[in-house]
Structures are given as C-alpha cells and as structure tokens.
Design a binder for this molecule. Structure first.
Ligand SMILES: Nc1ncnc2c1ncn2[C@@H]1O[C@H](COP(=O)(O)OP(=O)(O)OP(=O)(O)O)[C@@H](O)[C@H]1O
Ligand SMILES: [Mg+2]
Length: 371
C-alpha cells in the first residue's frame, strides 16, 4: 500500500518534472555568470560520499575544482609550519571565477555546476559544499587571486591537531600495470601524494605538481619563462595564467615581493634569488613521474626533482663541475703566489661562485707577512 502510494507520487513528480523547467526544482537563487545557490533538497540529493575529514580531503576537493575549471596545470604547495600547521596553496590555469563571486563561492550550496553534475572516481559532486565545508574546519581559507580565463589561487591553513593528516607525506603509492599497460594504484599510505596520483591517473590532460613553496615557485617561474618565449614569438593563443609575469622578473627581492603579494606564497628573498640563479630546479609533474614508471619501487617526493639538464636555459656556468672549479682555484693560487710577491701581498684561498653565464672569483688580499 505504502509502496503503491510512493510510486504514484514518484510518477506524478516525474510527470511534473517533464513539463517544468529543470531549474525550478534545483535552484534557490540565480547569482549570475552561470552560478546559482542550490535548494537544500537538491544539495542533499547530490550527497558526497563523505565530508572533509582530513587534510587529504581538502587537497582532493581543491584539485577537483581546478580540474572541473578546465585547468591543464595545477600546482600544489604543501608545507608544514612548526610541526603543526599545514599550509596549502593550489594554483591553477583554469577558467577562473568572476569577480562578483569571489566571496560567494565559500557560502553553502553555491555552485556553477548546476546542470552538469560531475561524477568521478571519488563520487558525484557539484553540491556547492566543498569550499564551505573546508571553511568550517580550516584555520583559514582565502581566495588569493582569480581572473577569468587566467586561473585561480586558493590558500588554506590547517591545524593538524584538529584536522589530521597521514604521517608519511613523502611516499607515493605503489603502482601496477595491467596487461594493456594501464597503470593503477596497488597500495601505499592514503596520503596527499596518493590522492594526487589518483587524480593524475584519472584526469586526462591535467598535469599535477606537488612541492614546497620554493620548489613550486621555481616550477612556475620556468613555466612562465617558456610561455613568455612563445608569447614574444607572436604566437596566438598563448595562455597567460596568473603567474605569467614571473618570468619577466630579474631580481630576487622583486620575485620575493611578487610571490607574497600576487601569489600568496611565502618564499624567502634568499630562495627567490636562488631560483633566479637556477639553483632550485623546477619539478616534474606527478603525471611524468608515474609515466617514468615507479612500478617496482614506490617513488618518493624527492624523485620529483629533475636531474640538471643543459637545455633548461642558458645557464652556462652549471656545466663546470666542482673538480674543474677546484682546478681553477688551485692554478689561481699558484699564479698569485708569484705575482703577489712583487707587491708584498698574499691571497686567501679563492672563493668561486657559479652564476648563470659567469663564474665570480673573489680573492681576499693581505699584506705579506715577513718570513
Ligand atoms: N579553482 C577553481 N576555478 C574555477 N572555479 C572554481 C574553482 N574552485 C571553485 N570554483 C567555483 O566555486 C564553486 C563552488 O566550489 P565548491 O567546491 O564549494 O562546490 P562544487 O565544486 O560546485 O561542488 P562540491 O561541493 O561537490 O565540490 C564551483 O562550482 C566553481 O564554480
Ligand atoms: Mg568542488
């Protein structure tokens, strides 16, 4: 009897749905630019599998959002502060968020995915709840910057005594490949590297990077240098992500300032300088790491560091190895012993630094001591 009643009701509902605008059932408020606030019932219908229970969930939701925004690159900085606070910045080159919605996206049930609910290996989403839920459990979440068609930067800070994370955040999952060569996860800790590997394996055309603030800055810097070359060559259709300006910066202090003000990334002046001197290498993407095959042995985060390659740039001094630098130093000492004698001078051991296309040699001088 009850069942009969219910199916009659469902039938009627279906009948009404067919003749009514889809939005009447789902939308509480139109917010413009394709954004809406969903009705509570609709948000509930789009139940996610789980709420935000750990740091790994936060990273997953932020990267999913970047992917849904059509990004081809997403850069995750993952840095711990005083062993307790986890700082995460996610930068993407997706479609960005219209100015008027920068605050609204953190409210409950606000979404742009009203018609196309997205389903992936983590379940159905498009409830407009992830950012709102993260805001409830994080110490802080900020939209640092977002520009239409230039991408988005979101920063969050989490107290890991309130929202836990897996202890091991360095090991990537073990992988296996099936007969057709398709790679899948075979085990390993349920940490952030694993969440990102899952997303990399399941999202076509999305390259995912993971590193410290300085490592990610170096990676973005190199990306921007390459983009600017194509741009300068007059090629149409070059994307200009929110980090496009980076590659034009030539000075450590400016790079440090740009990062803090425009990208919301804290990188010391010293590290900014080291990035410009190409002493901090850009990272390879997780996709590349997976392709290179860590099938037998699980990879670690350090494996994302690229080996120095000559074709990165015109960094000529990098080609000289330490042995040859020492030979230069020894010869110089020898030559100066001879020359310095004439002037009653003696030299300290030379200090030699490699800087892009030059080596800088400094030779401290003293009065020659008698005897
Ligand atoms: N990186 C991003 N790039 C562009 N738009 C974004 C980004 N992150 C969030 N948004 C916008 O903010 C809206 C709200 O995001 P939120 O994650 O809270 O909800 P959702 O993705 O719609 O659904 P769900 O709760 O299932 O994640 C999204 O619908 C999207 O329009
Ligand atoms: Mg989302």
């Amino acid at each position: 009897m009850t069942t009969g009643n219910n199916s009659e009701k469902d039938g009627l509902l279906d009948f009404v749905r067919r003749f009514t605008d889809h939005d009447t059932f789902t939308v509480e408020e139109e917010l413009g630019h394709g954004y809406v606030r969903l009705k509570v019932t609709e948000a509930e219908r789009r139940q996610a599998l789980q709420d935000i229970r750990c740091v790994e969930d936060v990273v997953k939701e932020l990267v999913r959002n970047a992917r849904d925004a059509g990004a081809t690159g997403v850069y995750v900085t993952f840095q711990k502060e005083r062993g307790r606070w986890r700082n995460i910045t996610v930068l993407d080159n997706g479609r960005g968020i219209p100015q008027g919605l920068h605050r609204k996206i953190f409210e409950a049930r606000v979404t742009s995915k009203v018609r196309d609910v997205v389903e992936d290996r983590f379940g159905v989403h498009g409830r407009g709840m992830a950012l709102f839920s993260i805001k409830q459990v994080a110490d802080d979440i900020q939209l640092v910057r977002s520009e239409e068609s230039r991408g988005t930067i979101i920063h969050t800070r989490i107290d890991t005594t309130k929202l836990p994370e897996k202890k091991d955040q360095s090991t990537f999952p073990r992988l296996e490949s099936d007969d057709e060569g398709k790679i899948a996860i075979a085990g390993g800790p349920h940490n952030v590297p694993r969440v990102l590997t899952e997303l990399a394996l399941s999202s076509d055309g999305l390259n995912i990077f993971l590193g410290s603030n300085a490592e990610i800055l170096s990676t973005l810097y190199h990306d921007s240098v390459e983009l600017r070359k194509t741009w300068a060559a007059g090629e149409d259709d070059v994307s200009r992500p929110v980090w496009f300006e980076l590659g034009g910066i030539k000075e450590g202090r400016m790079l440090h300032g740009f990062c803090a003000n425009q990208l919301g990334l804290c990188v010391s002046e010293r590290n900014a300088f080291r990035i410009l001197e190409l002493e901090i290498n850009p990272l390879m993407s997780i996709n590349e790491l997976v392709r290179e095959g860590s099938i037998a042995l699980p990879a670690r985060r350090a494996d994302l560091h690229r080996q120095p390659r000559d074709n990165w740039s015109d960094h000529l001094a990098r080609r000289l190895n330490q042995d040859d630098i020492s030979r230069i130093s020894d010869s110089l000492q020898l030559v100066f012993e001879d020359i310095g004698g004439k002037y009653y001078l003696q030299a300290e051991a030379p200090v030699i630094k490699r800087r892009k296309n030059r080596i800088i040699i400094s030779l401290g001088l003293h009065e020659k001591e008698d005897g």
